[in-house]
Design a protein around this ligand. Structure first.
Ligand SMILES: Cc1cc2nc3c(=O)[nH]c(=O)nc-3n(C[C@H](O)[C@H](O)[C@H](O)COP(=O)(O)O)c2cc1C
Length: 308
């Protein structure tokens, strides 16, 4: 009998779906695959309006769910051998649709199941994965693997291209800027993971899958980005609380605070970025040993609350 795999994902542009299709390419006929897309009842616009983009931050960071469309009944009642959860970080946190799924009644389909997370990000996914680990633990799911795709361009370049993509819907290269998102060759290369997943599933060895995935380069993590993400998420948490004091998503009362967040974030990215990159480099030199330990931790599946 063929093994049953459930793939659950959310994707605005289709990038994450592309990654998942490539991972499953070599094994699509060897296993039975069901795919369930998480769809918010109130979809997020793509391309985004500037106002709704920044207004989405507080609920992402505070893990506040919003209604999603029902996951089909036949998926919820099947007994899967493995679940693959594809998601993306938004504002250093799981995207709101994925949080909404993980906090919904439908997340029961993950209970007692081995789960592989697949992340399609710009380059800052650490806090998002910590939150996903925590939510998976609460559901009673067992994390057995994590594959992370990032945009390998320099931090500032990938920020510019992701904003062009988000606000104009333009993924293609323009002017001096390259194509946005994860490099196509990296997406195609995820095909190498399919057979590893299949082999470990067939042999009942999912507990050692992550070791194998890491040997195949499933996660590249630059220690300098740990420093930047730690700083970023601290500020986002403060701002999320401050904005939500004035109301929920779209509330006119919170617009002033959302605009303040927008201005400070843009200043942080474009004006302070060279300075913060320099101080992050200094911090990297001073704390190299502990940051290398952090790299090992974030590549692992362990969950220690309060790491970020
Ligand atoms: C609102 C928003 C916030 C984002 N925040 C982050 C982030 O904090 N870290 C990161 O690495 N990428 C971030 N990204 C990029 C996404 O994680 C993702 O790679 C990109 O949006 C494509 O995903 P898709 O498959 O949903 O189209 C953000 C994108 C959006 C739209």
């Amino acid at each position: 009998m063929k093994r049953k795999i459930l793939v659950i994902y959310y994707s605005q542009s289709g990038q994450l779906r592309d990654i998942l299709d490539n991972i499953l390419y070599d094994i699509q006929h060897k296993v039975e695959i069901d795919i369930a897309e998480v769809l918010p009842v109130q979809p997020f616009p793509f391309p985004w309006k500037v106002s709704s983009f920044f207004d989405a931050m507080p609920e992402c960071v505070e893990l506040i769910p919003s209604p999603i469309q029902p996951i089909p009944g036949e998926v919820l009642t099947k007994d899967y051998d493995l679940v693959i959860l594809g998601y993306q970080p938004w504002f250093l946190s799981p995207s709101q649709p994925i949080t909404s799924f993980l906090k919904s009644e439908y997340a029961g389909v993950l209970k007692d199941k081995p789960v592989i997370t697949v992340i399609g990000s710009r380059n800052m996914w650490l806090n998002a994965q910590e939150k996903v680990k925590e939510m998976l633990q609460n559901i009673g799911a067992r994390l057995v693997g994590n594959i992370v795709l990032t945009d390998r361009h320099p931090n500032l370049v990938s920020t510019l291209t992701v904003l062009r993509w988000a606000f104009k819907g333009q993924k293609e290269a323009s002017g001096l800027l390259p194509e946005a998102g994860v490099q196509s060759a990296d997406i195609k290369n995820t095909q190498r993971f399919g057979m590893q997943i299949y082999k470990h599933l067939e042999e009942g060895r999912l507990d050692v899958l992550q070791k194998e995935l890491l040997l195949q380069g499933a996660i590249h993590l630059n220690p300098g980005l740990i420093v930047l993400e730690k700083r970023g998420i601290k500020n986002f948490r403060k701002f999320a609380k401050y904005i939500r004091e004035k109301g929920g998503p779209g509330a006119p009362e919170r617009l002033g605070r959302v605009n303040l967040f927008k201005r400070l974030l843009i200043t942080g990215i474009f004006v302070l970025s060279p300075v913060s990159s320099l101080t992050a480099k200094i911090q990297l030199q001073l704390q190299r040993q502990s940051l290398l330990k952090d790299v090992q931790y974030f590549k692992s599946l362990r969950y220690e609350p309060g790491k970020l």
